[in-house]
Design a protein around this ligand. Structure first.
Ligand SMILES: [Zn+2]
Length: 127
């Protein structure tokens, strides 16, 4: 299953800085460095814990959100014949691999079978 709203490493790091307090979706998006509509289209629609005031405005607790995120988006474990596609935001099968070597770095180039993006997977670092 492809989950929308997976954060990159920098954004995930910023999650750790969220406080045990209520954020508006705008504030939360600014803290993490994402577009505000990602808060609604991904997290709210996936059922992230939130509070509403009497006028229906949404507030999200930073710490609770962080824990919810970690449970909802577990770290990917890729199989040996899989690589991560940043466009599809999921692991995909390595398709027509080209094995390369450069300065001790062994990696394989492939093309995402779903979207056609060129992908690189580092296999090993030889000394
Ligand atoms: Zn793809």
């Amino acid at each position: 299953m492809i989950l929308r709203g997976r954060l990159n490493g920098i954004q995930r790091n910023r999650l750790k800085g969220l406080l045990n307090m209520l954020y508006t979706p705008r504030e939360l998006a600014d803290e993490i460095g994402i577009q505000i509509n990602q808060v609604y289209s991904a997290y709210v629609s996936l059922g992230c814990p939130l509070e509403r005031d009497e006028r229906g405005h949404i507030f999200i607790n930073g710490k609770v959100f962080y824990e919810w995120y970690l449970q909802t988006y577990p770290k990917l474990r890729l199989a040996e014949d899989e690589t991560f596609c940043k466009t599809c935001k999921c692991g995909v099968k390595i398709h027509q691999p080209k094995r390369k070597k450069k300065g001790g770095l062994v990696y394989v180039l492939s093309v995402c079978p779903d979207c056609g993006r060129g992908l690189t997977k580092i296999l090993e670092y030889e000394r």
